[in-house]
Structure formats: structure tokens, C-alpha cells
Design a protein around this ligand. Structure first.
Ligand code: PLP
Length: 454
């Protein structure tokens, strides 16, 4: 390690100078930041030399696992050949163009175009503008309002945070911006009451129809949702939900946007979440698994219906980022997708490790503290409860979730807590033994929390 990095007082430097996203910075400075220094496969090591199984793949993104030399080599090659050029004003670079071909080849057949961005948030801002441009071009300029969901997450830019339905984000900075409305989420455990999951799925989907009626179809541009809500707590919708949403969007001429930033690139055992749920969105923002987080890159898959109008009617879409299609990030993404293809990671999640994870994770539902243990592919959640039969929630959900998360961390497993839901999203290369190790540590973490809470 070079001298620049070999500093023993990193925690103090961090506290003095580094403002962190989504962190209580006073507390963080008092406790000291965990400094992660190395990764290999599904494991990461901190500056104390402690090893953790990363059950969260970084931030839902390190799909191919850590330490892939092939990606580092592809990046180094591209850095040496052409570290940067843009894709504005009639130019492109080889990796950006090849990535556009590769990424669209795995999406639904109606997706043949992609617009690159630097992140998932920028991807959401991009389709938000593109949808308005589309409706204006087809003579329906009043179709502007986007309907999104409470507790959705679509990023941290002004439009992204507004599209998201996180109250604690809206409270900071007067969001949402005008032109964005929110309907309910398909969270049966917490909000389904006496309805069956199937009934609740239809009921909550129909909130979309009611909202369109309220706003007037002629004023509504699009509906956006994650195939499975991630940050909200891995909220897996009842099977009745997506077909009803797709029906409503189609019959009311509303664009459907599936935010694939988490679900894309194999997490659900299909290349994309819209394929898992059998729907055909008009836009699909992507990021994270596109490069497995090795370098920042995102984009929006754009359906033929929209692309045709953009290309033939609009011409110049006055939008873009300096790093749209960045050649080094695109080279990393291309190599990442090659690995996913060659190692058949999507099929592996669908046919082998996903079902195994589902079985092992599902068994955690037997613990007294767990109300439901759910998963699709390699994306899972444990709902913590005070009483399984009545689905009763803790008075202080954040405190209970944090307790279990910290117990897991102390025992060498990274999990995320969203309120009283424990979230898992391990790298797609995780082995059966490593899944067993995750479950073993989760049981220890739950057991310790159970003792403390009684
Ligand atoms: N959309 C979803 C579903 C996400 O989970 C995220 C990030 O977690 C984003 C968008 C924003 O992506 P980024 O953090 O790359 O801006």
C-alpha cells in the first residue's frame, strides 16, 4: 500500500472532513467509522483485519463478488488507451457502443435502446424528462404528472428523491417537487390487514386507477415502481399486483417505468425484474449490477415506442451527463456482463443458489422474533415482530432492526436493517456453504436480540 493510504489516523481524518450519505454524522464521528479495506468473493475486511460476509453486496450492487481481476484489467487497458471521451455531439467510444448493444440484448425484446448516466438517480431524472418530451412530441403535452409509491426509492437527486416516497427524505428540502403524486405500496405484512395477499395486491394496485381518475388521464405521464421495493425493506408484492398495474397502465395510456437499479442484472434470477414479473415497461432505469459497482455507471433502457419518437420526431434531446457512457466505466460494465454471462450467474440464481437461499432463509421464519421470511432469487427480508399471529410490530422498529444488524455485524455478517425488516442481497456468486454461514450468524443475531428484548 502506498504511503498516501497507510495512515493510522484515518478515523480521525474522516470525522474531521468527510460528510457521509444517510448517516447520523454526530453519532458516526463519536463511534468511529468502519474502514473497509479489502474484498474477495463475498467477503470484506476492515482496517482492524476483521472479516465480514457481505450479505448486502456493498449496496445491492457487487453482483459478481469482490476481487475480479478481469474487471480491474479491463479498466486498466481502457484507462491506458482512452481514459475519457464523451458521447455528446455526434461521437461515441467503443466500450459505450458495445455496452449499449450488450445491455439491451438482455432486456425484454421491446427494449433496443439505452441512454447512459452516471448513477441510478440520474437515470430516474433522465426518464422523468424524457417522458415529458415524449408526450409533448406526440401531441399530449399536458401528460406531465408522475405517480410513484410511498416508500419507493429512486435516488437522491431532486427528482429522484421526489419520485421516491421516503417521508424522511421529503422532510428535508421541501420535497416532492410539483408534478409527482404517491400511492400505497404492496406491503401486505404491514398494511394488508384482514385481506389475503392476493386481495391486497389487487386493492393496492387499483389505487393507481383511482389516482389517475382523480388527476385526469390527460394529465398523467407515467407510473414508476421498483419490481421489488428494495430500500423500503424488500417488499415483495403479492402475485396479483404487477399484472393489475400493467393492465391499468395499458388501458389508461400511462407509461410504465420499472426501476431496475436493484432488481436488474440477475438478482431475481432473471436479467431484469420486469422479466420476472412478466411486464413490459416503457422505461427501465438501471445502475448498480450493470458494473457490479466496480465503477459508477447507470442508464435508462428506452422502449421502441419511445425511442422511435425520440429519434424520428424529437431529434435533439437536450439532456446528458459529462460521464454518460464513460469509456472506462463502460469497459468495466462490459467485462462485468461478460462474467455474468460466462458464469451463467442469472441461471445460477434462478435454478440453484436462489432456491437454496430461499429454503435456508425461509427457515429463519421459524424464529420467534421473525414474522415472515421472504425472498426472490437472492433478495430477502426478515420481518421482525412481537407476535407472529397478529403481525404486531415493535413500538420502536428502528431500534430493533439496528440491534439485530449490529449483532450480525459483531459476528461477521453485513445485513441491512430498514426499520424492523432485515434485508439481505448477497453477491450472486455466493456458495451454499456461505448461505449456511449467513443463516448461522443471523440465528445468533436474532437469539441475542431476543434475549435482550425479553
Ligand atoms: N433506484 C433504486 C431502486 C435504488 O435502489 C437506488 C439506489 O439505491 C437508486 C435508484 C439510486 O441509485 P444511485 O444511488 O446510483 O443514484
Amino acid at each position: 500500500m502506498s504511503d498516501t493510504y497507510a495512515r493510522s489516523n484515518l478515523a480521525a481524518i474522516d470525522a474531521a472532513h468527510h460528510l457521509h450519505p444517510f448517516s447520523d454524522m454526530g453519532k458516526l464521528n463519536a463511534d468511529g467509522t468502519r474502514i473497509i479495506q479489502r474484498g474477495e468473493g463475498v467477503y470484506i475486511w476492515d482496517s482492524q483485519g476483521k472479516r465480514y460476509l457481505d450479505g448486502f453486496a456493498g449496496l445491492w450492487c457487487v453482483n459478481v463478488g469482490y476481487g475480479r481481476k478481469e474487471i480491474a484489467d479491463a479498466v486498466a487497458r481502457q484507462m491506458n488507451e482512452l481514459p475519457y471521451y464523451n458521447t455528446f455531439f455526434g461521437t461515441t467510444t467503443t466500450p459505450a457502443t458495445l455496452l449499449a448493444e450488450k445491455v439491451t440484448s438482455h432486456a425484454g425484446p421491446h427494449f433496443n435502446h439505452v441512454f447512459f448516466t452516471g448513477s441510478g438517480s440520474e437515470a430516474n431524472d433522465t426518464w422523468f424528462r424524457m417522458a415529458r418530451v415524449y408526450w409533448s412530441a406526440v401531441g399530449k403535452p399536458s401528460k406531465k404528472i408522475v405517480i410513484a409509491r410511498k416508500n419507493g426509492y429512486h435516488g437522491s437527486t431532486v427528482a429522484g428523491a421526489s419520485l421516491g416516497g421516503m417521508k424522511y427524505m421529503h422532510e428535508q428540502g421541501d420535497l416532492p417537487i410539483p408534478g409527482i403524486e404517491h400511492i400505497g405500496q404492496p406491503y401486505w405484512y404491514g398494511e394488508g390487514g384482514e385481506l389475503s395477499p392476493a386481495e391486497f395486491g389487487v386493492k393496492v394496485a387499483r389505487e393507481l386507477e383511482a389516482k389517475i381518475d382523480e388527476l385526469g388521464e390527460e394529465n398523467v405521464s407515467a407510473f414508476v415502481a421498483e419490481p421489488i421495493q428494495g430500500a423500503a425493506g424488500v417488499i415483495i408484492p403479492p402475485a396479483t399486483y404487477w399484472p393489475e398495474i400493467a393492465r391499468i397502465c395499458k388501458s389508461r395510456n400511462i407509461l410504465l417505468v420499472c426501476d431496475e437499479v436493484i432488481c436488474g442484472f440477475g438478482r431475481l434470477g432473471e436479467w431484469f425484474g420486469h422479466q420476472y414479473y412478466g411486464v413490459e415497461p416503457d422505461f427501465a432505469p438501471i445502475a448498480k449490477g450493470l458494473s457490479s459497482g466496480y465503477l459508477p455507471i447507470g442508464g435508462v433502457l428506452v422502449s421502441d415506442r419511445i425511442a422511435h419518437v425520440l429519434i424520428n420526431e424529437v431529434g435533439d434531446f437536450n439532456h446528458g451527463f459529462t460521464y454518460s457512457g464513460h469509456p472506462v466505466c463502460a469497459a468495466a460494465a462490459l467485462e462485468n456482463l461478460r462474467i455474468i454471462e460466462d458464469e451463467k450467474l442469472v441461471e445460477r440464481v434462478r435454478d440453484d443458489i436462489g432456491p437454496y437461499f430461499g429454503k435456508v432463509w425461509g427457515a429463519l421464519g421459524e424464529h420467534d422474533l421473525v414474522g415472515e421470511a421472504v425472498s426472490v432469487g437472492l433478495m430477502g427480508a426478515l420481518q421482525l415482530t412481537t407476535d407472529k399471529a397478529s403481525r404486531t410490530r415493535f413500538e420502536k422498529p428502528d431500534a430493533v432492526g439496528a440491534l439485530v444488524r449490529n449483532n450480525a455485524l459483531a459476528n461477521g455478517l453485513v445485513l441491512r436493517a430498514t426499520g424492523d425488516r432485515m434485508l439481505a442481497s448477497p453477491p450472486l456468486v455466493i456458495t451454499r456453504e456461505e448461505v449456511d454461514e449467513m443463516a448461522r450468524i443471523v440465528k445468533i443475531a436474532l437469539g441475542a436480540a431476543w434475549k435482550e428484548l425479553r
